[in-house]
Structures are given as C-alpha cells and as structure tokens.
Design a protein around this ligand. Structure first.
Ligand SMILES: [Ca+2]
Ligand SMILES: [Ca+2]
Ligand SMILES: [Ca+2]
Length: 185
C-alpha cells in the first residue's frame, strides 16, 4: 500500500457568519493560529447572544464575549494551560452557565459563573421526549423575546455531544437580557 505525499492543511479556526445561506469568514480573536481543542458556545453573560470558550493544550482557556455586533471582545483567560474538553451547565441553578474544564492535572477545574447577579433575565428549559427518547435529543427549541427594544429569535438544539471531549447539560439555557417576557416554542 502506498500513500501520496501529505497535503498541507492550514489550521486557522475561522468564524464563518451565515449570511442567508452564504458563509462569510470573519476575522476574530479566535481566527489566529494556535493549538485550539474544544470550543463551547453558550450565553455566559445572559445578554441574548452566544459567547465562546476555547480550550488549548498550550494556552489557557479563553473566553470570547460576543459584543452583539458580529464581533467578539478580546479574550479573557481562565484556568491553566493543558485543558482539553469543556462543558457548560447551570450546576447550581442560579441562572447562569457554569463551566467544567477537563484536561491534564491542574487544568481540570469547575468554574462558577458570577453572571446571575448582572440583572439579565434567563430561562432554563428541561425537555422530555414523549414519543422517542426521554432526553429529547435532536429537539430544536426556539424562543422569542424583546431585548434592548428589538424582537429577536434564539434557537438551540439538544444534542448528545457538544465539542471535543465534552457534553453540556441537556437542559436548554437562554439569556434574555432586559426582556420582560418570552415565548418558547
Ligand atoms: Ca452573551
Ligand atoms: Ca450557575
Ligand atoms: Ca452564578
């Protein structure tokens, strides 16, 4: 058996924005070259948009806050280098997504989120399958709310694997900013 020469792959983790079915690469803080492993999306500050956590085996885990205008703030570093997977879930049921980072030795840690005191609204939904699996895997959940005067839809899918070596809480979490009410579907 013979193999052709290896193909050079440029590993730049780009953010591609879906613009009506056309994906457009964006230059973001996580577009640079580095040894990224897991990426974990969640509304960690409950303001109504998805933020991002990225682990690395040589860098500390980085938190990229979504600024709501298509860009992300400069990352905040968490924990120690040597992380692999990362899971999110509201383990203490106070309304914000906490994270657990796994990896080697001291890189493993549970981080309790302090965002529940920032005044933003939130909702956690537990879906139970009736005709199929009780975990409701594959279910799509949509919610509509008025945030900062704008009516917005948000969507989540319940799935069994979220990123590299990671499994989030199966409950569906939405941050709702300054919304006074919401309509889940
Ligand atoms: Ca957010
Ligand atoms: Ca929490
Ligand atoms: Ca908290």
């Amino acid at each position: 058996m013979t193999f052709a020469s290896p193909i050079t792959v440029v590993r730049h983790p780009n953010c591609n924005v879906n613009d009506h079915g056309v994906y457009k690469p964006q230059t973001t803080g996580f577009s640079g070259k580095s040894n990224n492993l897991a990426n974990n999306w969640g509304d960690f500050d409950n303001d109504g948009d998805l933020d991002l956590m990225v682990t690395s085996d040589i860098l500390r885990t980085r938190y990229f806050k979504n600024q709501g205008n298509g860009s992300f703030a400069n990352p905040v570093s968490l924990g120690k280098a040597g992380a692999a997977g990362i899971s999110n879930g509201d383990y203490d049921n106070d309304g914000d997504l906490d994270i657990y980072i796994n990896g080697i030795d001291s890189a493993r840690a549970l981080f309790s989120n302090g965002a529940s005191t920032n005044g933003n609204a939130w909702i956690n939904l537990k879906c139970v399958g009736m005709a199929s699996g009780k975990s409701a895997l594959g279910a799509m959940v949509m919610i509509k709310a008025t945030i900062k005067g704008t009516s917005v839809w948000q969507m989540r899918e319940i799935n069994a694997q979220n990123s590299f070596m990671s499994q989030n809480d199966l409950r569906v979490h939405f941050g709702l900013g300054d919304a006074k009410s919401s309509k889940p579907l």
